[in-house]
Design a protein around this ligand. Structure first.
Ligand code: HEC
Length: 128
């Protein structure tokens, strides 16, 4: 076997290996986060809302987001409308980042639990 393809093969294998390890780490972290927020939402007692659906999402939206984005997500002078077109152009990661860390003149909502953020995203995406 000539040397070149062999080197190439080992490089490709190394990348595959790194990707696998990264994916595994991400899955483990995600699983840990899910369990964690689930139990803290229950223990925290904040209304005991642990069901991830858009009903809970509407609640969170009206409490935290509507004063700027409007009660029907129509937006206002300052804040953009959060209609389906805009929301579908953003991935879950981008939405989570914006909600947890803020963006531009939008404040961060780092105190929301994972469950609340999930529900909020379901609501914004128009999911049940
Ligand atoms: C104090 C007013 C204010 C509140 C409260 C607020 N936002 Fe915003 N939001 C903004 C502004 C201003 C922008 C535009 C930010 C920019 O691009 O500079 C924005 C942008 C966004 C965007 C678009 C980001 C993008 O990349 O296009 C999303 C999604 C969003 N907000 C979601 C939310 C959610 C969900 C909540 C409730 C948890 C919320 N906002 C609460 C003011 C607010």
């Amino acid at each position: 076997m000539p040397r070149f393809p062999q080197r190439l093969l080992s490089r490709v294998l190394r990348h595959v290996w790194i990707a696998l390890v990264a994916a595994l780490a991400a899955t483990t972290m995600l699983a840990a986060c899910k369990t964690d927020s689930g139990s803290s939402a229950g223990a925290g007692g904040g209304g005991g809302q642990v069901v991830v659906n858009s009903d809970a999402g509407v609640d969170v939206y009206l409490r935290s987001c509507s004063r700027c984005h409007g009660s029907n997500r129509e937006g206002a002078v300052d804040a953009p409308a959060l209609d389906t077109v805009r929301i579908s152009s953003l991935g879950d990661d981008a939405l989570r980042m914006t909600i947890s860390y803020g963006k531009g003149r939008m404040p961060a909502f780092g105190a929301l639990t994972q469950t609340q953020v999930d529900a909020l995203i379901n609501y914004l995406r128009g999911l049940p």
